[in-house]
Design a binder for this molecule. Sequence first.
Ligand code: GUN
Ligand code: ZN
Length: 373
Amino acid sequence: ITEFPGKLIVPGFIDCHVHYPQLDIIASYGEQLLDWLHRYAYPAEARFSDAHYAREVAAVFVNELLANGTTTALVFGTVHPHSADAIFEAAKARDMRLIAGKVLMDCNCPEELQDDADSAYSESKALIERWHGRGRLGYAITPRFALTSSEQQLAAAGRLAREYPDVWIHTHLAENRDEVEQIARQFPSCRSYLDVYDSFALLRERSVFAHCLHMDDKDRACMASKGGAAAFCPTSNLFLGSGLFDLSAMRAADIRCGLGTDVGGGTSLSMLRTASEAYKVLHLQDHALPATRALYLATLGAAEALSLDAYIGNVLPGKEADFVVLDPAASRLSARRSAAAGTIEEEFFALMTLADDRHVAATFVRGKSQRPV
Ligand code: GUN
Ligand code: ZN
């Protein structure tokens, strides 16, 4: 028996949307989404043509997740199939439950990062056969966003999704106003951005959409009725100046939502930092997020959004024993604030507001400590 006096034990954190190839461009200055992609994200992703580099970054990334108490993530690779192999191998070595995919992108982006409709289909299919359902790993068909896929490629992705009804679909939706305008021009016959994905059979159970900022009630009703889920990425939405996620409207529509870091657009891999920024984003919209609800969005709520709640998200008997030990005394100020807290809710709220990776004392994956305790 290992005891953790004075510490808090919570379920392992679940990051519903993150780009491992963007680890090294976190905190890049000055641009909103479309310029940021061209100036920072695409050049960083081009380096992943080198499989050795991909493996090195994947190993660092997985270690950073665990150091932050994140035991599961839904992860973007790059267009290179070996980028998916690299992250799956790194997760497998740690026995982590992780979902990832190779990115599909065949237009409106640098040529060196383009695949095409046929290679997107065949490479994704080969990766599904290799990784989906292997141990704790799952595959996500990953069209980057509708701007960087031709209609042929979106159709190929939809065909693949129909062939594999239990793989995930992972993409971006309605993040930035210029992006939404360009989508309307590129797909004039679609009612909305969501309708583009829906019309190519990419909206269903296990579809996870990052951001979902600029949507209307019709979109929300449609997403809910088809079983799509949303990743709320507050640090990214603030950093890239994208907008404010409307959690009240999403919940009123009955859409499953979990928190995502969206690193490198997001500014931290810590789900505690992410929860704290979620609180502020919602506060700007007259919605106070209770600490228990914030914790839910980073654990069980995220597991529900990813359709993984039968396995992870809390510590009920039969679940997979992914959990984190948090140390409220890991920094001077949080120690002082924690000592003054009257209830566990107050203590957790202060911790989530003040904490970072220093406050993660230990991370357990399937019952095994991943750091010395
Ligand atoms: N939309 C399309 N690609 C990206 C990306 O890499 N990051 C974010 N935040 N949004 C995107
Ligand atoms: Zn993203």
